[in-house]
Design a protein around this ligand. Structure first.
Ligand code: UDP
Length: 345
């Protein structure tokens, strides 16, 4: 029988990245407690430990969950993450992402819980002056979503010094893909991310994919991003937690591959992998989109000894497509043409 490594509170544990972290935690011998208000998360995504329905703004609900399950650390994913909405309704983002995190930190203080892995983002860098982006690149977010995450990083720095609250911020680039066993995957409503929308166009759930701008100063004119497989992100959380438990984690790590993929190239690879036509429509640039965002993730690779295993774009698209066929097509359109055998779950 394997020895339990203990219990971890996972806020946002019913969400896209949080649920994959729960699976990785369980595989590493921990029991994840998924704490989620189900505003964007899904109860079906909680499979590897107990579920507590609750809001991060509810400090006493958090204290109750902590006292009940006695976790040794927190992984904090719960946040709103729609960049466009954050511009039109910043109060919603500062309330949930900043005030909510403050409530969580106070609940941790009340219960003498002192370790936190925080879900941060490359959006804290804004539009970088140079590439690739390393952890010392100036952080200058250009929207309230990025600003809310940046503010939390600042709060964590202050709490580290004042209250010895030990934390690590993981700054993700573009989270993508789905669980290799097809148990969980991306399901946002509304969906705004490129890969799920491209796959919707491939399966016929949408007529086409809109390419936001083909006049950027990049090799093919479309935006370049660093896509990182959600399973690799989840694994990075587990190694960061181990490092935190040993007391030698650094305050922040970028999580990316260091390789950029353009929108055009991604759509070409999706055509190849799905075997489907994908109609594209070119539209104007989306406000606030930098031409290129690519990580320098050498620090995570050397200090956390973390190497992305599933993050080449073909593996990301293959896993996302298998999930798409099982979950989205299976649910929304039962009569769709059967997929190739080799790519079914
Ligand atoms: N994108 C696009 N069409 C879409 C959605 C996204 O062309 O329908 C582009 C977007 O401009 C960006 C890239 O795809 O360059 C990745 O966007 P996504 O929203 O997936 O992630 P972000 O980089 O904004 O975090």
């Amino acid at each position: 029988m394997s020895i339990s490594r203990g219990t971890i509170l996972v806020t946002g544990g019913a969400g896209y990245i949080g649920s994959h972290a729960c699976k990785a935690l369980a595989r590493a011998g921990y029991t994840p407690i998924a704490y989620d208000n189900l505003v964007y998360g899904h109860e079906w995504a909680v499979k590897w430990g107990p579920f507590v329905r609750g809001d991060i703004l509810d400090r006493s609900g958090l204290v109750d969950a902590i006292e009940r399950y006695r976790p040794q650390a927190v992984m904090h994913f719960a946040a709103f993450a729609y960049v466009g909405e954050s511009v039109t309704d910043p109060a919603k983002y500062y309330r949930n992402n900043v005030a909510g995190t403050l409530a969580l930190l106070e609940a941790m203080q009340n219960t003498r819980l002192s370790r936190l892995v925080f879900s941060s983002t490359c959006a804290t860098y804004g539009i970088p002056a140079s590439l690739p982006i390393n952890e010392n690149t100036h952080q200058s977010p250009v929207n309230p979503y990025g600003a809310s995450k940046f503010m939390v990083e600042r709060i964590l720095t202050d709490f580290r010094h004042a209250y010895a609250l030990d934390s690590v911020a993981l700054r993700y680039f573009n989270a993508a893909g789905a669980d290799g066993d097809c148990e969980i995957g991306e399901d946002h409503d509304p969906e705004t991310h490129l890969i799920p929308l491209v796959l919707d166009a491939a399966s016929g759930l949408r007529p086409d994919i809109t390419v936001f701008g083909d006049d950027y100063p990049t090799s093919d004119g479309t935006c370049i991003r660093d896509y990182i497989h959600v399973a690799d992100l989840a694994e990075a959380h587990v190694v960061a937690l181990t490092k935190l438990e040993r007391g030698n984690a650094l305050p922040a790590y970028n999580l990316g591959t260091g390789k950029g993929v353009s929108v055009k190239l991604l759509i070409e690879r999706a055509r190849e992998i799905t075997g489907r036509q994908i109609k594209t429509v070119v539209a104007a640039r989306r406000a606030g989109d930098p031409p290129e965002l690519v990580a320098d993730a050498k620090l995570a690779m050397s200090d956390l000894k973390w190497t992305p295993q599933h993050s080449d774009i073909d593996t990301i698209l293959t896993d996302a497509w298998r999930w798409h066929l099982k979950h989205h097509v299976g649910v929304k359109r039962k009569n769709i043409k059967a997929p190739q055998q080799s790519i079914q779950c």
